[in-house]
Ligand binder design. Structure first.
Ligand SMILES: C[S@@+](CC[C@H](N)C(=O)[O-])C[C@H]1O[C@@H](n2cnc3c(N)ncnc32)[C@H](O)[C@@H]1O
Length: 328
């Protein structure tokens, strides 16, 4: 069994204080120690083992057992290999004011649950940290929880990236048999990402959609073609959308509205009542202050009250003052 004195968390820069608040709210007996942008170590009275990494902290994209601080990459890597000779190795670095995962040369296979992964984090040219974690169903497969997926030039908004990042982080599966309703869909980055996955979308937003998305638009729900993805623009505020706009068979609720979490969750509950076939929700919660993570229990309780069992709140590498809230 691996036991160490410290663990470390990788976060989005600017979320360090919010992460410490989450640790406190979860009543974890951890004390924050050494800290840099995007990086915090924690200590407890006893030793940490891999089980400690199961803590659900929205602001931590990765938790690792700390194997210590080193002055070179080779030394940090050597420490990982000395403890776990067969570990898969991830590289991360603080670069361009972001805590980034370093993309491997060959595409990364999703590790099987239980696989031990070593992470070497470069914080400065002479400061490297070595860590270990275990892949689980609730762990991003990517270095530092950052897929490194790049947005294609034809996407009308960064929301494309948020959908792709969430899909990768949470291991979501969408198929052409799904039907997504997205509140706050304009100009259409999320819609485009879904259409490219073959998934039809009902988008609710009074604002204009981009031409790249309108190419798949249908005029009415009854015009939905069979065998190809389509987009129906319900051009009104979410509160005015009705059961008739949704029709039958909606499987996912998504929201990217720039509204408070309370407004979004209220609409989510209403849409789940209008469409009982909804089996998943993926919401981008937009905050005025990242310390609003203090309300996390209320957001989770709202989804739980709607009947969702597997609920996760996570800040993604592509988020600023935002969280992804997932319910399955
Ligand atoms: C960040 S943008 C959404 C980006 C979009 N998801 C994409 O993929 O490109 C936020 C959108 O929320 C919409 N919005 C704000 N309040 C809304 C409401 N009450 N009902 C529907 N849409 C709303 C705005 O019109 C705006 O287009």
């Amino acid at each position: 069994m691996i036991e160490v004195e410290f663990l470390f968390a990788l976060t989005n820069p600017g979320s360090e204080k919010a992460l410490k608040l989450e640790v406190e709210m979860a009543a974890l007996p951890w004390r924050a120690g050494y800290q840099r942008r995007g990086f915090i170590t924690f200590k407890a009275d006893g030793a940490f083992s891999l089980a400690a990494l199961n803590a659900e902290l929205a602001c931590a994209r990765r938790l690792c057992l700390s194997l210590g601080k080193f002055t070179s990459r080779e030394a940090a890597l050597g420490r990982v290999i000395a403890i776990q000779p067969n570990a898969i190795i991830h590289h991360a670095r603080f670069h361009e004011r972001k805590m980034q995962g370093v993309k491997p040369d060959s595409p990364l296979e999703i590790p099987n649950p239980g696989t031990i992964i070593g992470t070497v984090v470069e914080l400065a040219p002479d400061e490297f940290w070595a860590g270990l974690h275990r892949q689980t169903a609730r762990t991003s497969p990517d270095p530092a929880g950052d897929s490194g997926i790049e947005m294609p030039p034809h996407s009308p908004s960064r929301a494309w990236l948020k959908l792709e990042e969430a899909t990768r982080f949470f291991g979501l599966k969408f198929t052409p048999r799904d039907l997504v309703v997205e509140l706050g869909c304009a100009p259409g980055g999320v819609v485009l990402a879904l259409l490219e996955r073959g998934v039809p979308v009902i988008g609710v937003d009074p604002a204009k959609m981009a031409p790249v998305v309108l190419a798949s638009a249908i005029q009415g729900r009854q015009d939905a073609p069979v065998g190809q993805p389509w987009f129906y623009h319900c051009r009104k505020p979410a509160a005015l959308a009705s059961k008739r706009d949704l029709g039958q068979g909606v499987t996912w609720f998504m929201s990217d509205m720039n509204q408070s979490p309370e407004v979004v969750l209220k609409e989510c509950a209403r849409f789940c009542r209008m469409a009982p076939s909804i089996r998943g929700v993926l919401i981008t919660l937009k905050l005025t202050d990242i310390m609003q993570v203090a309300d996390k229990a209320a957001w989770v309780a709202a989804l739980s009250d709607m009947g969702f069992k597997n609920i996760r709140l996570q800040q993604l590498a592509v988020h600023h003052r935002e969280f992804a809230l997932l319910g399955l």
